[in-house]
Ligand binder design. Structure first.
Ligand code: HH2
Length: 284
């Protein structure tokens, strides 16, 4: 079952910060802004505050509906250095208020509740937790207290080629939804994300895209972030900066199978692809 845009937009209970993002015939686009030295595809490019602000402005001009700011690289198996909450805050502090003032909702990509709390105070409106409420036990309570929307992403410590990845993703989401319910975080605040490239073999990342529509059975909006990820290079060997074609292919398939938010580094090209695909589909 695919949660169609009209069904989701009509759902009376959708959190008000999510509603405008989900009411169009093509998915909303989340532009990635990494204020990190070591992110896998753009590490170091936007750590200078003036560059981060310029990149946010550029992505908004290109059609981004959300800006996702991250101050810790989460790249799995890529040797990303875990950073302290203090370091995340030191990287976010010079940019968050200015970017939040640009008129587009900001999400905070952090698995630490103290960073998310600070960011929500400083202008971010959506939490993006790559451990889906399952790493920091204070996260669900914090978001319930603030009535903030959250992206719950599937993750695993390591990939296991022997498992049924769709069953694993569904079981993970069920656990996250249980944690949310116990904390009093309403279901209508939650967006689900299969976590392309996280705790999955390259093939499992592609299986998650191919079978995305199965996750529609949760009745919640789906987000997909396939941008520049390694599974693309498993099909066509390429460096992260050379994976635009593969990213767009994956995102169009995700949109077709029910994704309502697409997370990308390449906003202009992604918006164009999604809009053209939607215009063509509309004629069927
Ligand atoms: N992917 C990355 C980071 N955060 N959040 C969600 N919800 N979904 C994703 O697929 C996702 C995410 C990895 O991409 P990037 O931010 O560019 O890299 P890094 O973690 O190295 O900063």
């Amino acid at each position: 079952m695919v949660a169609t845009p009209s069904a989701l937009a009509a759902a009376p209970a959708l959190h008000p910060a999510l509603r405008p993002l989900l009411s169009r015939p093509y998915p909303a686009v989340m532009g990635v802004l990494n204020v990190t030295p070591d992110s896998f595809s753009d590490g170091g490019q936007f750590i200078a505050p003036e560059r981060a602000l310029a990149q946010a402005r550029r992505m908004i001009a290109e059609g981004a509906d959300i800006i996702d700011i991250g101050a810790e690289s989460t790249r799995p198996y890529g040797g990303a250095q875990p950073v302290s909450a203090e370091m995340e805050l030191r990287r976010l502090q010079p940019v968050l208020a200015d970017i939040s003032a640009l008129g587009v909702p900001v999400s905070i990509d952090s698995m630490k509740s103290e960073v998310v709390a600070w960011a929500l105070d400083g202008g971010a409106v959506i939490a993006n937790d790559v451990w889906g409420l399952q790493r920091d036990e204070r996260m669900a309570e914090l978001l319930a207290a603030r009535n903030a929307p959250i992206i719950v992403m599937h993750n695993r410590d390591r990939a296991d080629p022997a498992i049924d990845i769709m069953a694993d993703i569904s079981a993970f989401f069920a656990r996250s939804l249980d944690i949310a319910e116990k904390a009093g975080l309403p279901r209508e605040n939650i967006v689900l994300d299969p976590g392309i490239g996280f705790g999955k073999t390259q093939e499992q990342s592609m299986i998650a895209l191919a079978h995305l529509s199965e996750l529609g059975s949760f009745g919640l909006p789906l987000l997909v972030g396939a941008s520049r990820k390694l599974f693309i290079a498993s099909v066509v060997p390429s460096e992260p900066q050379q994976r635009l074609g593969g990213s767009i292919a994956a995102h169009l398939i995700a949109a077709r199978h029910g994704a309502r938010i697409i997370r990308t580094h390449d906003v202009a090209e992604t918006v164009q692809a999604l809009r053209v695909a939607a215009a063509i589909e509309d004629l069927r």
